[in-house]
Design a binder for this molecule. Structure first.
Ligand code: NAP
Length: 316
């Protein structure tokens, strides 16, 4: 089957012809319509999970995907052949990912029935970013009328945060790098935008946010934003740079945030999409062959939403 993989950590991904993964007990085999690209994909190339999970090489990249269940192994109860599914395909060993024509995943993985109102290709872009957005908003306990400052708002995660927060009546203040990004994020529901290229955010925002979600800052960047949050408020980083003691000294709660793959979160995202309350902010839809270039682009941190890698367009 066609797949995009690396032969070793920190190497350039390549299109390869690799064996189809075998179906095992308790797993489902999915014929993929598309994979969704996340920055985590190139972090895996760089070895982010090296100490935590076993890897196989060639390591097929990709966490997010959507497709049709082609076969189910013995003991599988949640899915049947023909189901349209989406979710996170990451499992142990790392390297049997979603940048491929087929993937085999344990049925216990974060997989769920896909939304019916959008294509499987667009559904492939939802899982990691969508679950991160939903779980962050829930963890912060934000309610109607509260103010949320999002740093890095115009990428995949931020575009979903903005929509879900707006739906809950939360006032989103989004950082942007230009006028085009400002218009795009306002369209998705941001109440205010701050162009971080014009001047530092802390010089343009008077403060008083109930919560901060910093999706891109390093430790120093995150700490610079903390005075913008009200005492007793919450500050989260997806970059694992929070120092709990420092947060407490500032009178804040929160810390490092890690998304938990969850069928319940995927079900909630599907309902939001099918009820017309969440759209997939697509930056580009490109063939799987172009994944190596897309991965290189993602490393620059300039995404305008989700990149979808098309694998089998006949699946919808
Ligand atoms: N901890 C977890 O469990 C978890 C889960 C999901 C994602 N993440 C991480 O969260 C990060 C964001 O993910 P993503 O999928 O949203 O990435 P993405 O789609 O690449 O978006 C990143 C966005 O950040 C903006 N940006 C870059 N530098 C900035 C800066 N200095 N100030 C403000 N904005 C800036 C970029 O837009 P501009 O054009 O404005 O620069 C871009 O739109 C990634 O590092 C990802 O790995 C972690």
């Amino acid at each position: 089957m066609k797949a995009v993989a690396v032969n070793q950590f920190k190497s350039i991904p390549q299109v390869m012809d690799l064996p189809e993964p075998p179906l095992k007990d308790g797993t489902i085999r999915i014929r993929l319509a598309a994979a969704g690209l996340n920055p985590f994909d190139w972090k895996m190339v760089d070895g982010i999970l090296e100490e935590q999970m076993p890897h196989v090489f060639p390591m097929i990249l990709g966490v997010d995907g959507a497709g049709v269940v082609e076969a189910v192994g013995a003991g599988v109860e949640r899915f049947k052949t023909g189901d349209h599914v989406y979710g996170q395909m990451l499992h142990s060993p790392v390297g049997e990912g979603s940048y491929a024509e087929f993937v085999t995943v344990p049925e216990s993985a974060a997989i769920a029935i896909a939304p019916h109102s959008i294509s499987l290709a667009d559904a492939a872009a939802l899982p990691t970013s969508g679950m991160t957005a939903l779980q962050l908003i829930e963890r912060a306990g934000l309610t109607e009328g509260q103010k949320l400052l999002v740093i890095g708002a115009t990428g995949g995660v931020g575009s979903f945060i903005t929509q879900i927060a707006k739906e809950r009546g939360i006032h989103v203040i989004a950082t942007v790098s230009d006028e085009e990004a400002a218009a795009r994020i306002q369209q998705l529901g941001a109440a205010e935008t701050i162009n971080y290229k014009k001047a530092p955010v802390e010089e343009q925002f008077a403060g008083g946010a109930d919560a901060l979600f910093d999706l891109v800052g390093n430790k120093a960047g995150f700490e610079k934003m903390l005075p913008l949050v009200k005492k007793g408020g919450r500050a989260y980083t997806t970059q694992f740079v929070a120092d709990k003691d420092h947060l407490h000294e500032q009178g804040l709660k929160g810390g490092n945030f890690e998304t938990k793959g969850s069928p319940t979160s995927l079900d909630a995202l599907r309902d939001l999409v099918d009820n017309g309350k969440l759209t997939v902010p697509v930056d580009r839809r490109i063939p799987l062959d172009q994944a190596p270039v897309a991965i290189a682009d993602s490393r620059t941190g300039k995404s305008k939403g989700k990149t979808i890698l098309l694998i089998n367009e006949t699946l919808g």
